[in-house]
Design a protein around this ligand. Structure first.
Ligand SMILES: C[S@@+](CC[C@H](N)C(=O)[O-])C[C@H]1O[C@@H](n2cnc3c(N)ncnc32)[C@H](O)[C@@H]1O
Length: 459
């Protein structure tokens, strides 16, 4: 998902810093501001036991899918679902799944060949051939599910289409172009085109759809249908928690890819962007098994939702506390309210929306995004967490002054262990430059502030 502060491009910098600091690969680690869970998944791939935390529900979903889950789901509990069962009996269904699996295996094979050194022994190359095939077998049940949700599940008019969508005259054109592209690839045409779909009692109908142009009506009705289906299966215990969160994360990523925004949901764009017309497509998520399978329940990765300062004292001892708090005064709850809504769902009490962009009335505010509260929040968190190494990602434009970071780190840290590592980084532009948003340069300096905390008796 497009996300302010996402660290995907900085993972090698973070990894090199951890090596330099001597943080063990198997460190029990707290990813305190998990966001997209990119850092948590990276730490897990190095062998760490990761405990994640974030205020937002969608982050909890990503943590569950990309960090807590250890393998691709088998989804055996839904094989009896009447819609899925009848789709699985169709020859076009099998063709779509085969095509999807083969296309990905071919891409993985191409990429393995590119990365295999020219003068590799035949045996090594053979192993590279086998790996994608084995992976394809492991992912097939999920591939089948994604084909079902993508092509066979009827659209539904519900909360997202009622509040965050606009009809678009060219939707049929976009859908047709999408279908033709698949035909060229050799797959059978999608069966989606032309289906009428359903309206749930109480849901807004397409003609009363709000003027909020976040999604085309077509995309929104598919989001509504998939989200509702996942809720029904989960409530009926037909899918496990891991399966539910993996499917929900897949939907969140797919919805974000077709959102008619410049990256954040603080505003929608008033003309349709090309990505919004592409058609919602569920893509196979990357689920990371740990290189060291957990030996005990305690060694399993965990996900948490809430204020990390309140939760940290109860989370146990960590070898590594990784901090990536907000840098500025923009609240994530206001910038990502639509993914938050999709993650939370609307199946109990319908959410109350306010304002032109449909903000959630109970949005959580973070003191880390306030000038008045951020310094004290850092101080409190270091005091509240039982950890050895602390690594804080912060950039040169953050609201906590560097002198304060240094003061707090030295106060809580062991003498001589404070360090600052720096890397120049291409800026993420969530907003276009405008009269109200002026970017002073294209790059920012990304810092890692590091310290080793005093032990319990030294505090
Ligand atoms: C810079 S982003 C983290 C990005 C993340 N490392 C990634 O790679 O996607 C900051 C995150 O802090 C979360 N956050 C803000 N205040 C928080 C708090 N008090 N406790 C926990 N999380 C908080 C926000 O929801 C947001 O996801």
């Amino acid at each position: 998902m497009r996300y302010i502060g996402n660290k995907t491009k900085l993972l090698s910098f973070i990894g090199a810093a951890l090596d330099r600091l001597g943080v063990p690969a198997a460190a029990r680690s707290l990813d305190a501001f998990a966001g997209t869970a990119a850092v948590g998944a990276f730490l897990k791939s190095r062998g760490a036991t990761v405990v994640g935390c974030d205020l937002m529900t969608f982050s909890y979903v990503f943590q569950r899918a990309y960090v807590v889950a250890d393998s691709y789901p088998r989804l055996t509990g839904v094989l009896d679902d009447p819609g899925l069962r009848s789709a699985r009996q169709r020859s076009d269904f099998t063709a779509l799944v085969d095509h999807r699996v083969a296309a990905r295996a071919a891409a993985a094979h191409r990429s393995a060949q590119r990365t295999t050194p020219r003068r590799t022994k035949a045996g090594t190359r053979h192993a590279a051939h086998l790996a994608p095939r084995a992976r394809a077998d492991a992912t097939r049940p999920l591939d089948e599910m994604l084909v079902y949700l993508d092509h066979y599940l009827d659209p539904l008019t519900s909360f997202i289409s009622g509040h965050f969508a606009m009809p678009h005259a060219a939707i049929q054109t976009a859908d047709t172009a999408d279908t033709q592209e698949r035909d060229r690839d050799g797959a059978r045409a999608a069966v989606r085109t032309g289906r009428a779909g359903h309206t749930r009692p109480g849901a807004a109908t397409p003609s009363t759809a709000s003027p909020r142009m976040y999604f085309t009506l077509d995309a929104a009705r598919r989001i509504d249908a998939i989200r509702t289906q996942l809720n029904e299966w989960h409530t009926a215990a037909a899918i496990s928690d891991d399966e539910y969160y993996i499917l929900l994360a897949t939907l969140l990523e797919a919805a974000d890819a077709v959102a008619n925004t410049a990256g954040v949901y603080a505003a929608y764009i008033k003309s349709w962007q090309s990505n919004a017309l592409r058609g919602l497509r569920l893509r196979l998520p990357a689920i990371g098994a740990s290189p060291r399978p957990p030996r005990s329940r305690r060694a399993r990765c965990e996900a948490h939702q809430g204020d990390v300062s309140a939760l940290a004292p109860d989370l146990g001892r960590f070898d590594l506390l990784y901090l990536d708090p907000p840098y500025n005064t923009r609240q994530y709850s206001g910038y990502y309210h639509v993914p938050e809504l999709i993650a939370k769902g609307w199946f109990g009490d319908p959410p109350v929306l306010r304002g032109k962009t449909g903000l959630l009335s109970d949005a959580k505010k973070s003191e880390w995004s306030t000038r008045a509260g951020c310094v004290a929040a850092l101080d409190r968190l270091l005091a509240a967490t039982d950890a050895d190494h602390v690594v804080l990602s912060y950039n040169s434009e953050g609201i906590i002054p560097e002198s304060e970071i240094q003061r707090i780190f030295r106060a809580h840290g062991r003498g001589g262990t404070y360090k600052r590592l720096t890397r120049q980084y291409q800026r993420y532009r969530a907003d276009r430059p405008s009269a109200s948003r002026h970017y002073t340069s294209d790059s920012v300096r990304e810092h890692l502030y590091c310290v080793r905390l005093k032990g319990g008796d030294q505090k």
